[in-house]
Design a protein around this ligand. Structure first.
Ligand SMILES: Nc1ncnc2c1ncn2[C@@H]1O[C@H](COP(=O)(O)OP(=O)(O)OP(=O)(O)O)[C@@H](O)[C@H]1O
Length: 272
């Protein structure tokens, strides 16, 4: 096991006191496995992962344990956490447009990120590492990409650049928080394909968050379902998909199936 989360509780401070957002979340991430976190919007998926990474600010009250390499991330100093983030645990966020600074070209910001995490100053070595990672992500003409600013690249392209950056950092764990939500369906397929490739090439352990069961089913080994801030079901991905036990899981699966059936009927009507 590479990551163990025990009894994680997250509350937000309000004028009326602490308001609970996530309660008693316990799970493990096995080495070289992908854990899919499924749940409707607002069920607590992102807050859970941000808490795991120690990314929540002082407005939030976090309790529990997050064990990584024999150390509890929640007990670490901010400096120790910064050393783990990026180098050991990388996060791919929902909207790639907000992940990059619009004022700098890709070369400047990718170099800066790699320099700060890898402690390598030599620009030439880092640039070749970036270009190598671009190639692995099927991003052709890497040199031209590096000269571009974020607004000159599509969402799908930026998401693949973010994955390439993760590859260059070679972390033990990647947390992908709805990485396909903000991009079109063609790019969604490509991003999933690239993330699967990362797992095959680097044996990276992964947490993949989504409200879309069809996407999760393509990449997850294990799955846990969240509903209103708690885990309602967890197990092997196949078990959850083929024999869901809890009402929120059944609801998510039947809604997805209804959408697929409605789309099929629509296509059939148009073709006939
Ligand atoms: N900054 C914040 N301040 C207060 N409450 C928040 C904040 N961010 C999230 N929440 C609340 O925490 C709960 C869980 O939100 P979270 O973002 O984890 O949901 P999610 O399952 O990731 O949903 P989505 O798929 O829409 O991203 C929600 O009720 C949300 O309103």
């Amino acid at each position: 096991m590479i990551l163990e989360v025990k009894n994680l509780c997250v509350s937000v401070r309000t004028k009326q006191g602490l308001h609970p957002l996530v309660r008693d979340v316990t799970f493990t991430l096995e080495k070289n496995h992908c854990l899919g976190i499924l749940g409707e919007s607002g069920s607590g998926k992102s807050i859970t992962c941000k808490a795991v990474m120690g990314l929540l600010d002082e407005r939030f009250h976090v309790e529990g344990e997050v064990w990584f390499n024999g150390k509890d991330i929640l007990k670490m100093s901010p400096k120790e956490r910064t050393l783990i983030r990026g180098k050991e645990i990388c996060m791919i966020i929902q909207n790639p447009m907000t992940a990059f600074n619009p004022l700098f070209n890709m070369e400047n910001q990718l170099l800066e990120t790699l320099q700060s995490h890898l402690h390598v100053k030599e620009k030439k070595a880092l640039l070749s590492l970036i270009l190598e990672s671009f190639e692995k992500m099927n991003l052709s003409d890497g040199e031209a990409i590096l000269k571009k600013y974020p607004h000159q690249l599509s969402g799908g392209m930026l998401q693949r650049i973010m994955i390439a950056l993760c590859i260059a950092l070679n972390p033990s764990v990647i947390i992908a928080d709805e990485p396909t939500t903000a991009i079109d369906v063609v790019n969604q397929v490509e991003v999933i394909r690239e993330l699967k490739k990362v797992r095959e090439l680097y044996h990276t352990s992964m947490i993949f968050i989504s409200h879309d069961l069809s996407i999760l089913s393509q990449i997850s080994d294990a799955m846990m379902v969240m509903h209103q801030g708690v885990i309602v079901e967890k197990g092997l991905a196949k078990e959850i998909i083929f024999s869901p036990k809890e009402a929120p899981t059944k609801e998510l699966i039947s809604t997805r199936l209804k959408l697929i059936e409605a789309f099929r009927a629509c296509v059939k009507e148009c073709v006939c």
